[in-house]
Design a protein around this ligand. Structure first.
Ligand code: C5P
Length: 232
């Protein structure tokens, strides 16, 4: 898989998701299914979107004891998603268990990536809410190294950290980066943001773009703008 733009389909129902996806007649965008849609519609939504020809990043951010995550990943491995994820803060043992669970009997598995720190978390909340007194960059790098150590394929991180993650964990260690905003789009609750163009310069492998595409007056044009600025 090469560089691509992943659209975060943060919709509350299958009907709204399909109404959105139906706008994309020819090119089938890579889509991210998150908690809202998955909890509303269940695993069937993954199968249906896959059947329509989209690649899928199933963003459920698992975080529990290793045995529970392993069993949950085993179930998810049947859904044929292309990428799944978990929280690196669940520890190296949890991540190793996740890989075991995700690996199918024939040895194949979806890509597995770890959330380092949410892009909505800033240095202040890291310190005051999570009681982590290290700088954000150090925490992100440490979690990325833990993910690599556990055998994962990459991390979800801010595009601001993509270059440093590659330097530390290798060029082929994937950086999947949300927190993308056009210079002229609303920032919303995101804090560590970058434009598609700058994310490309920073070396992100995939950008995850939600509201700048889904809430755009012309989502097709917004998606094409992302592709033009990030991939071309
Ligand atoms: O609408 P917006 O572009 O902010 O959407 C970003 C998407 O990426 C959301 O679905 C959010 O849950 C997800 N995400 C994130 N930060 C992370 C991991 C996932 O924003 N660290």
């Amino acid at each position: 898989m090469g560089k691509d733009v992943i659209i975060a389909c943060d919709f509350p129902s299958a009907a709204e998701t399909f109404a959105f996806l139906d706008k994309f007649s020819e090119k089938k965008p890579f889509v991210k299914i998150g908690m809202e849609l998955f909890y509303a519609e269940g695993p069937q939504i993954v199968r249906e979107i896959k059947k329509r020809g989209h690649k899928i990043f199933l963003d459920l951010k698992l975080h529990d004891i290793p045995n529970t995550v392993k069993k949950a990943m085993k179930v998810l491995s049947n859904l044929d998603a292309d990428i799944v994820n978990l929280h690196a803060s669940g520890t190296v043992n949890m991540m190793k268990a996740a890989i075991e669970g995700l690996t199918r009997p024939d040895g194949t598995r979806p890509l597995l990536i770890a959330v380092t720190q949410l892009t909505s978390t800033d240095g202040e909340s890291l310190k005051n809410d999570l009681l982590i007194n290290e700088p954000m960059e150090k925490v992100v790098m440490h979690y990325a190294e833990n993910a690599k150590k556990a055998g994962l394929d990459g991390v979800v991180c801010s595009p601001l950290e993509a270059e440093a993650v590659h330097n530390r964990c290798g060029a082929d260690f994937l950086t999947v980066t949300p927190g993308i905003r056009f210079p002229d789009s609303e920032v919303g609750d995101q804090k560590r943001i970058m434009s598609p163009e700058d994310a490309k310069k920073a070396g992100s492998d995939y950008i995850v773009v939600g509201r700048p595409v889904t809430a755009a007056a012309d989502p097709i044009a917004a998606h094409e703008r992302c592709l033009r600025e990030f991939v071309d």
